[in-house]
Design a protein around this ligand. Structure first.
Ligand code: BG6
Ligand code: MG
Length: 215
């Protein structure tokens, strides 16, 4: 059965914003007095804002050091910093191969969905000019359960009326790949094979993706 729907994660798949998440979290860690490395940051990919904070605090051995209220304050501070970074981004942040792939899918009549954990997805899509490619946008504001729960992908497929087995998910996170596989969607990893062991297939960049093999 040919695939009828492509579901894209945003940060680290379509746009190069994962680095800004990292910078903002790193600044918070430094304020708290510990180092937060790129390797630590891998654990945060695809993960919701509050869970990311919990993981970061665990890295700093500060897991139980703060009240819920203090944690909300820290997450807000990180987000304000992140929003500063992304408020002026433009199409130069679109990752290699993303635009031609979206255009080709559109030409073929394939439905396109966004499946992002981010509550900032709309502003990013608008700033880089990718909004118009999406038939449905599901983001951190529309779901109650975070990846690896598959809600962020199933909601898009349901809205478009497409069976899960006819959807292909593009992801740069283990949590997202796991979510796709739970509901029988094809899980395409974008990044390094060593980081993406949950994927059905991995491409180091979307520009190498062989569209004719999947759609
Ligand atoms: C995901 C990122 O896309 O969105 C995570 O990979 C991030 O790192 C999550 O924590 C939530 O994003 P935001 O913008 O709502 O804090
Ligand atoms: Mg991502």
């Amino acid at each position: 059965m040919p695939n009828k729907c492509a579901i894209f994660d945003l940060d680290g798949v379509l746009v190069d914003t994962a680095k800004y998440h990292y910078l903002a979290w790193k600044e918070l860690a430094e304020k708290l007095g510990f180092e937060f490395t790129l390797e630590h940051n891998e654990m945060l990919k695809g993960v919701s804002r509050m869970t990311s904070l919990d993981i970061l605090l665990e890295v700093g051995h500060m897991k139980d050091a703060f009240t819920e209220e203090e944690k909300v304050k820290m997450a807000t501070e990180k987000n304000n910093r992140y929003v500063e970074y992304i408020s002026n981004i433009d199409e130069s942040e679109i990752l290699d191969g993303a635009l031609p792939l979206l255009q080709e899918l559109k030409q073929k009549g394939i439905k396109i969905a966004l499946g992002s954990a981010s509550k900032n997805a709309q502003i990013i899509l608008k700033n880089v000019g990718l909004e118009k490619y999406f038939d449905v946008i599901v983001d951190g504001n529309s779901v109650s359960k975070a990846k690896p729960d598959p809600e962020v992908f199933t909601l898009g497929a349901k809205t478009l009326g497409i069976p899960y087995e006819e959807c292909v998910v593009f992801e740069d996170s283990q949590a997202g790949l796991e979510a796709a596989k739970i509901v029988g969607m094809l899980a395409v990893g974008v990044g390094q094979e060593k980081d993406l062991t949950n994927a059905d297939v991995v491409y180091s960049s979307l520009k190498d993706f062989k569209i004719e093999q999947y759609f």
